[in-house]
Design a protein around this ligand. Structure first.
Ligand SMILES: [Zn+2]
Length: 358
């Protein structure tokens, strides 16, 4: 029904006197994202209208001691290679020899595999425990406790044929600065291989790892392609991990929320975002308490059993879920530096406004 008078703009337009914070995308520099899409503690999740990146603001990377406190157990244990590592080592378009630098090399499992495959390997990683493990367990010599700018300063002449960073980019508060530094290690026409969590994966409920201060950006295949091509790379391979039976079982288990695990544990499970503002010694105390709490141990085992019970259902549903386009966690990408001068990234001189130093 048409109502007379309602099709005209009001004659008096009041400008809201609210403070305007001009947020800029940390990847492409474009201002004006909508949002926030989601909140976590003090931070909001914003979506860039220019390049498809989602990023948290305000967001700050924690120091090495935070990772050492929260990731412990993972940094001193031989872990199987992750899908991104395997995609690279099996990639027919990837180089098979040469000098390789792995940024955020963790406890060295990939570096050891790359060395055994024929590469001359170097890596660095902020977590001291992980570096010690890489040296002692795999006999890796060129592994350092360091961060990108520090390593660059201490090794000013080092150039590599391949620079890799698996599950690292999403931890960066300034992805542009990180990629600039990574590129500074790269030979002309060199390769970059990386992986990030795929934002377009099948996810039921929240992924507790995907919040600040742990992950500060969320990448889709489109966002990753936009970011890397604008920075002078050619995308050689881009691969979304297919959904696996195990992940399908975990997601199906997540659909059947019963509250059982929380009841057995006697508290809501802690997620990394809960550790955002906590002093590191408090995190350590909490982790110690959980490690020695039999109720927590039982709750974790129950969650594992529940997921395993879903395996037959997952096996049955997997072909259907894959046909529907449901993918796994990892997004892998192989890039080659273009020989021609890179197109200067537009507007990247002013990355996301930060309250803290970059
Ligand atoms: Zn953007």
């Amino acid at each position: 029904m048409n109502q007379a008078g309602t099709d005209r703009a009001p004659t008096e337009v009041k400008t809201p006197a609210m403070p305007v914070i001009e947020l800029r995308c940390p990847a492409c520099g474009k201002p004006g994202p909508d949002g926030p899409l989601e909140k976590s503690h003090e931070a909001g999740l914003y979506s860039c209208p220019g390049c498809d990146l989602q990023f948290w603001y305000p967001a700050k990377m924690p120091g090495a001691d935070w990772y050492e406190a929260t990731y412990r157990g993972r940094d001193t244990k031989a872990m199987p290679l992750e899908p991104g590592h395997l995609f690279f080592l099996d990639d027919p378009h990837a180089p098979k020899i040469g000098r390789l630098l792995d940024i955020g090399c963790g406890n060295g499992s990939f570096l050891a595999a790359a060395r055994d495959a024929g590469f001359e390997v170097t890596g660095f990683e902020p977590d001291h425990n992980a570096v010690r493990f890489a040296q002692s367990n795999y006999g890796l010599k060129n592994v350092f406790a360091s961060v990108p700018e520090e390593f660059r300063r201490e090794h000013p002449d080092e150039i590599f044929d391949v620079v890799t960073f698996f599950e690292v980019l999403e931890h960066q508060e300034d992805p542009q600065k990180f990629l600039d530094t990574a590129k500074s290690f790269l030979a002309a026409n060199g390769y970059v291989a990386l992986s990030v969590p795929n934002r377009t994966r099948w996810q039921v409920g929240m992924d507790p790892l995907d919040y600040p201060p742990n992950h500060l950006t969320r990448w889709s295949p489109k966002a990753l392609r936009n970011f890397t091509e604008r920075n002078g790379f050619e995308v050689i391979s881009i691969r979304q991990q297919p959904l696996t039976t195990r992940r399908a079982a975990q997601m199906l288990s997540g659909l059947l929320t019963t509250g059982m695990v929380s009841r057995v544990a006697g508290e809501k499970p802690l997620v990394l975002a809960d550790f955002a503002e906590m002093p590191v010694d408090t995190i350590q105390q909490k982790m110690d308490r959980l490690a020695n709490d039999p109720r927590h141990g039982l709750a974790m085992r129950l969650a594992g059993w529940k997921s395993r019970l879903m395996m037959p259902v997952a096996v049955f549903l997997l072909p259907f879920l894959r046909r529907r386009g449901f993918t796994g966690l990892y997004l892998y990408c192989l890039l080659r530096r273009r020989l021609s001068p890179a197109v200067a990234p537009s507007g990247n001189q002013s990355p996301t406004r930060r309250d803290v130093r970059a």
